[in-house]
Write a protein that binds this ligand. Structure first.
Ligand code: DC
Length: 224
């Protein structure tokens, strides 16, 4: 497993990780691990099975047994399946993100997803997007990138993203939600959101998505 090239891209909500990771994986022709989607799927599965979002052992068991599939539509859009049901949009709501952050604070859930995440590594390479990709899940990866941006810019990016998708959004409420998620993701004891000591930290405030993708690809090409 350690011979497979892996690039980790970690950072807080709204830092642009998702868009950048997808573009980098596509350019290199590598697979993509969207680890946030796994936490979102566990949270959604728990809601649907009436499992409490605070019940670590029950959530860990659920995380181990749910059937998760990532496909693409004929048009190339991502399609996500949970136990045979299409949940592409259901996992992307702000509610699902908040629920994911809650279940992700539990060590039992993180442990249950560890092997599942590592199995995404496959030749010719993997781009792993998340919060603890470089610190816990793939500590041997090279290079490791940590994307950041000011809280105000991250809230604005999220707002625009939701508007583009036709989802109603309120900037003030989003800023509060992002601040709450940052606080929970950074202060939890199990794998908190933190840049790996050997990560390249990129502050993307004021940068366009294309600029960030260009910078990450340049760093990636020094290693692969
Ligand atoms: O990246 P995202 O917004 O889809 O992630 C949803 C939540 O899942 C996020 O608030 C924190 C959690 N998460 C995590 O703890 N570790 C990861 N590797 C990815 C996501």
């Amino acid at each position: 497993m350690h011979e497979i090239p892996i690039i980790t891209i970690d950072g807080p909500s709204g830092s642009g990780k998702g868009t950048v990771s997808r573009a980098v994986a596509k350019t290199l022709g590598w697979s993509l691990l969207d680890s946030g989607a796994l936490y979102r799927l566990v949270a959604l599965g728990a809601r649907r099975a009436s499992v409490s979002l605070d019940d670590g052992p029950a959530l860990a068991q659920l995380a181990g047994r749910i059937d998760i599939r990532f496909d693409s539509s004929p048009g190339g859009d991502e399609v996500v399946w949970l136990d045979g049901q299409e949940v592409t949009r259901a996992i992307r709501t702000e509610q699902a993100g908040g629920d994911a952050s809650r279940v992700a604070s539990l060590g039992e859930v993180r442990g249950a997803l560890l092997d599942r995440q590592r199995r995404f590594a496959a030749p010719p390479g993997l781009v792993a997007d998340g919060r603890d990709m470089g610190t816990v899940v793939f500590p041997w990866a090279r290079p490791k990138i940590f994307l950041d941006a000011s809280p105000a810019e991250r809230a604005l990016r999220r707002y625009k993203q939701l508007k583009e998708k036709g989802v109603a959004a309120n900037l003030a409420a989003l800023s509060l939600e992002i601040a709450e998620r940052d606080r929970r993701d950074s202060t939890r004891t199990a794998s908190p959101l933190v840049a790996s000591a050997d990560a390249t930290v990129l502050d993307t405030t004021g940068m366009s998505v294309d600029e960030v993708i260009g910078r990450v690809l340049k760093i990636a090409r020094e290693f692969v």
